[in-house]
Write a protein that binds this ligand. Structure first.
Ligand code: F6P
Length: 354
């Protein structure tokens, strides 16, 4: 057992529905089960640069936050104490302020930290652990691309949002006989596109893991017309690798627009594009994400109680477990192009543009 009396908690990286469920569960179990004091650190590790901005989190502070999207602590996806960008005498410089951050944590009386975040935040947590900080991690990303955990909270809610959008676009696509392109998030992995595409009955799904050509998409649109389907739904992950013909058209901006322009120019069809963007990161977390967030929050507190620092909670075979943060970082979980999910989609006629 550890001799902990005070812990700190912060959220880093892009937000995800379910963060507040983790914070609430960690605060409640730390106070109710262990009688620890909990300090909320604002805006990721950046909050430790200004310790006066941190505040104690009581049971009252976490009351009512379970159904709320976002994070009551605030977050940033830029702050890294090992590469802290600042301006000195009008010049931008990058400094290592990790010693300052560790000293400020000590000033606040924090003996152990819970870092909730994606791959980038866990890398920082690992470096701080190597410098002696007692820290545990909770994985987070709507993209669901962390290899150490079966699933991350936020993904299920994002999937609901994207599927709902595809459902809505479906009816107008059919009415107007149009090709409708919907761009969803997924910087490195196509999980949201693949699963929302299957759930929403998309006809074409483009993901970073499967190279595609414009020609194949246009042929597929014609094939559908051949059997009386005068509309096509194309779901595009933001991280797709553009084929040469689309790279030529590119002036930056959303890849969904580019795919839409490419189809309109090549297939001479009426195309409309919707870029869902950050709508996928917001909203009230689904029951699944609230439950997973709650389980992760409690499990993180238990790791601290057992003195198992440098570890991150995870879900494996539907059970809560943990891994060394060192083993969890830098390994992304991408869609297997030969995997069961892609084979299922192909079996029902979904085209991946290849
Ligand atoms: O959380 C991951 C993610 O949703 C990516 O899919 C997307 O590229 C990124 O966040 C966008 O983040 P931001 O606009 O906050 O920098």
């Amino acid at each position: 057992m550890s001799d902990i009396r005070c812990i700190g908690i912060c959220t880093g990286g892009g937000d995800a529905p379910g963060l507040n469920a983790v914070i609430r569960a960690a605060v409640k179990s730390a106070i109710l089960k262990y009688k620890w004091k909990v300090i909320g650190i604002p805006d990721g590790f950046d909050g430790l640069i200004w310790p006066e901005r941190s505040r104690e989190l009581t049971l009252k502070d976490v009351s009512g936050i379970l159904p709320r999207g976002g994070t009551i602590l605030g977050t940033t996806n830029r702050g890294n104490p090992f590469h802290y960008k600042t301006t000195e005498n009008g010049v931008e410089v990058v400094r290592d302020i990790s010693d300052e951050v560790i000293a400020n944590k000590r000033k606040l009386g924090i003996q152990a930290m819970i870092s909730i975040g994606g791959d980038g935040s866990q890398k920082i947590a690992h470096e701080l652990f190597e410098k002696g900080m007692k820290i545990v991690g909770v994985p987070k990303t709507i993209d669901n691309d962390l290899s150490a955990t079966e699933i991350t909270f936020g993904f299920d809610t994002a999937l609901h949002t994207a599927t709902d959008a595809i459902d809505k676009i479906h009816t107008t696509a059919e009415s107007h006989h149009r090709v409708m392109v919907i761009e969803v998030m997924g910087r490195d992995a196509g999980w949201i596109a693949l699963e929302a595409g299957i759930a929403g009955g998309a006809h074409v799904i483009l993901i970073p893991e499967i190279p595609f050509t414009l020609q194949r998409i246009c042929e597929y649109v014609s094939e559908r017309e051949g059997y009386g389907k005068r509309f096509t739904i194309v779901v595009v992950a933001e991280g797709i690798k553009l084929p040469a013909e689309l790279r030529q058209l590119s002036r930056g901006g959303a890849v969904g627009n580019l795919v839409g322009d490419g189809i309109a120019l090549t297939a001479h069809r009426e195309v409309r594009v919707s870029v869902l963007g950050h709508i996928q990161r917001g909203g009230s977390p689904s029951p699944f994400d609230r439950i997973l967030g709650t389980r992760f929050g409690v499990a993180a507190v238990e790791l601290i109680a057992r003195g198992e620092f440098g570890k991150m909670v995870c879900l494996r075979n539907a059970a809560i477990g943990c891994v060394r943060i060192a083993d969890a970082i830098g390994r992304l979980k991408t869609v297997d192009p030969q995997g069961e999910m892609v084979r299922t989609a192909r079996a029902i006629g979904i085209c991946f543009g290849d």
